[in-house]
Design a protein around this ligand. Structure first.
Ligand code: IPD
Length: 263
């Protein structure tokens, strides 16, 4: 198995190049290329172009690894490592010119299924701010030179982020869950980029985050950031994060959010 630090260095280089392309395309103006699962679920030409760049660079550097990307799908590899990539997480923010979007790149070992994989490396870069969050398994989570640690909520309650699926049929359930979490919260954020929500939990900027309906590329890198910052990431009771539910918090808040979501 390759050294996680080598994979992290590669992910960092590619994320920087991809982030620069995304940022440049944003300044040139962004057009929506297509809608996907629902009218609100959009892809821009930049999403496709950035993913193609990341995929090409990874193939050049590590031709036997697998790939799982938001825009161009999955290709199995033979090395046991798969790269899980969201070229632009927060596409709606990106399309509207809100500087809160990210290139998210993870390397995972084992089956390319969030229920089974072991994440080795996670990199989340916001090209608009230049903030680069990174983690390699066993080496902590970092924002530039600062080692990250999750927060403990204050007596005023937890600052909790969430998100809503694009499919209107899921909204009633999303709002019902939010209502149940509300008593634990000092306030709620819906910032629009799951990878950055997770990176912010790792950095202690948010006390917690939960969302139903995430895809593997939305949480692969960010979940490792949270774990390496001393936090807990899970799904439905006892399970791992995934489409049914992703919860990320410090250890003290986790059971309380889980209880609220499941009552
Ligand atoms: C979306 C964002 C959003 C979350 C959605 C994701 P995309 O990713 O992370 O915050 O609420 O569930 O699909 O479509 O911008 O890559």
């Amino acid at each position: 198995m390759p050294d996680a630090q080598d994979l992290a260095d590669l992910a960092l280089d590619i994320a920087r190049e991809a982030g620069e392309l995304a940022r440049r395309r944003r300044t040139e103006g962004v057009a929506i290329a297509a809608t996907k699962s629902a009218l609100a679920d959009i892809v821009t030409e930049a999403d496709r172009e950035v993913e193609a760049l990341v995929r090409r660079r990874l193939e050049e550097a590590r031709p036997s690894d697998g790939f799982l990307g938001e825009e161009s799908g999955a290709e199995p590899g033979t090395s046991g490592v798969t790269w899980v990539v969201d070229p632009i997480d927060g596409t709606v923010n990106y399309a509207y010119g809100i500087p809160h979007y990210a290139v998210s790149i993870a390397a995972v070992e084992g089956e390319p299924d969030p229920q089974r994989w072991t994440a080795l490396v996670g990199v989340v870069l916001n090209p608009a701010t230049g903030e680069l969050f990174r983690a390699a398994r066993g080496d902590g989570a970092w924002l530039d030179d600062r080692r990250l640690a999750v927060s403990t909520p204050s007596a005023a309650g937890a600052l909790v982020a969430t998100g809503f699926g694009y499919d209107p049929a899921t909204h009633d359930g999303d709002f019902a869950r939010l209502r149940r979490v509300m008593p634990l919260a000092r306030d709620i954020r819906r910032a629009g980029a799951a990878s950055l929500d997770l990176a912010y939990v790792a950095a202690g900027r948010l006390d917690g985050y939960f969302e139903r309906g995430l895809n593997p590329w939305d949480h692969a890198a960010g979940a490792l950031l949270v774990e390496e910052a001393g936090g807990v990431v899970g799904g439905v009771p006892g399970g791992r994060p995934g489409r049914d539910m992703t919860i990320a918090t410090g250890p003290e808040l986790f059971p309380r959010i889980l209880d609220a979501l499941n009552t």
